[in-house]
Design a protein around this ligand. Structure first.
Ligand SMILES: [Zn+2]
Ligand SMILES: [Zn+2]
Length: 300
C-alpha cells in the first residue's frame, strides 16, 4: 500500500509531477496491500501457462502447412486432447504447489526488499535488473539441472519432466512437485541479490515462464524476438536435451548457451548438428528429421 494520502502528497514526497505511468500505478495500487500486489503473480502465471502454449496449439491447427517446416521433431504428433491432458496436469500442480507457494512466500519478498512505492523504476533499471536475473537464474539452474541428471535425481524427480521426449508448450512447467519447488530457488536468487520494484519482479516471473514455454514449444520459429539475443539457447537447443532424455549430458542450461560451452556439455548437441548437416538427405534420422541417430556425447 502506498504511503501517500493523495496524488498531491505523492508528488510532494518525490518532488516532481507524476508521469502517466506513475499516476496509473498510484490509482491502481493506492488501496491494495503489498501482499495482494505480490499475489498478482498467481493470476499472471495462470494466464501465461494457459495462453502462451495455446498460441502454439492454435498456429499448429490454423497454419499447419506454414509451421510444419519449423517443427523440430515433425514425426511426433500430439493431438489437441494430448495438449489439454498435459495442461490439466500442469493446472493440478499449479493449484496444489505453485499457487500455495506464492501465497506463503510473501515474507521472503518483504525481507529482500521488493518495493511497491513511487517513483517507478526507469526503463534502464528494469532492463538491467532483468538481464542480471536471467544470468543468475541461468547459471544456478544449470547446476541444479545437471545434478538432477544424476541417477538418483533423475529416477526420483527429473524423470517426470522428461516424459516428453518431444516437448510441447504446455509441458514447460510439467515436472515433479519437488522439481517445481527446487527450481523456484534460481528464480528467486536474482531478485534477492538485486532487489527491485514489484513491476520488475512481475515482469521477471512472466518473461522467464514465457521463455520456458518457447523453448519447450517444439517449434524453432524464425521470426521470434529471441533470435536476436546473444548466446540464447532457444527451442532447438532445449528440444535436443529432451530428445536424448535421461542419458543426456548435453544442453543443461535453461536460457543461454555459455554455461554448456564453458563446462563442455554442449558437445553432443554440436556433434549432432554437424552430423545432421552431413545427413541432410534423411539418412539415419529419427522422429522426422532434426536429430541423427548417433549417441549423445558425454562430458568428461
Ligand atoms: Zn533434464
Ligand atoms: Zn525441459
Amino acid at each position: 500500500m502506498l504511503p501517500y494520502s493523495s496524488l498531491q502528497a505523492a508528488e510532494t514526497a518525490i518532488g516532481r509531477s507524476l508521469t502517466a505511468a506513475e499516476t496509473l500505478w498510484y490509482n491502481y495500487t493506492a488501496n491494495k496491500s503489498d501482499y495482494v500486489l505480490y499475489c498478482h503473480n498467481i493470476l499472471f502465471l495462470f494466464l501465461i501457462f494457459t495462453l502462451v502454449p495455446l498460441f502454439y496449439v492454435l498456429i499448429e491447427l490454423l497454419f499447419r502447412d506454414y509451421v510444419a517446416g519449423y517443427k523440430i521433431q515433425p514425426k511426433v504428433k500430439f493431438s489437441v486432447y494430448d495438449n489439454f491432458r498435459c495442461y490439466f496436469d500442469v493446472m493440478r500442480m499449479f493449484i496444489l504447489v505453485v499457487g500455495p507457494l506464492q501465497l506463503v512466500s510473501y515474507p521472503s519478498i518483504r525481507m529482500i526488499g521488493i518495493r511497491t512505492s513511487l517513483p517507478l523504476p526507469s526503463l534502464m533499471e528494469i532492463i538491467s535488473q532483468l538481464v542480471v536475473y536471467f544470468l543468475i537464474e541461468d547459471y544456478t539452474n544449470y547446476w541444479i539441472h545437471r545434478l538432477l541428471h544424476c541417477k538418483w535425481g533423475y529416477e526420483k524427480i527429473h524423470k517426470v519432466h522428461h516424459e516428453y521426449t518431444a516437448p510441447i508448450g504446455f509441458a514447460a512447467p510439467y515436472a515433479h512437485w519437488v522439481e517445481v519447488l527446487i527450481l523456484g530457488i534460481p528464480s528467486f536468487l536474482g531478485p534477492a541479490m538485486v532487489p527491485g520494484h514489484m513491476i520488475t519482479f512481475w515482469l521477471w516471473i512472466a518473461l522467464r515462464q514465457i521463455e520456458a514455454i518457447e523453448t519447450h514449444s517444439g517449434y524453432d520459429l524464425p521470426w521470434t524476438f529471441t533470435k536476436y539475443i546473444p548466446f540464447y539457447g532457444g527451442a532447438d537447443y532445449h528440444d535436443y536435451h529432451h530428445y536424448v532424455g535421461g542419458q543426456s549430458q548435453s544442453n543443461f542450461a535453461s536460457v543461454f548457451t555459455y554455461c554448456d560451452y564453458i563446462y563442455g556439455t554442449d558437445k553432443g548437441y554440436g556433434y549432432q548438428k554437424r552430423l545432421l548437416q552431413q545427413l541432410r538427405d534423411g539418412v539415419g534420422k529419427e522422429n522426422g528429421g532434426s536429430y541423427a541417430s548417433a549417441p549423445d556425447i558425454k562430458s568428461e
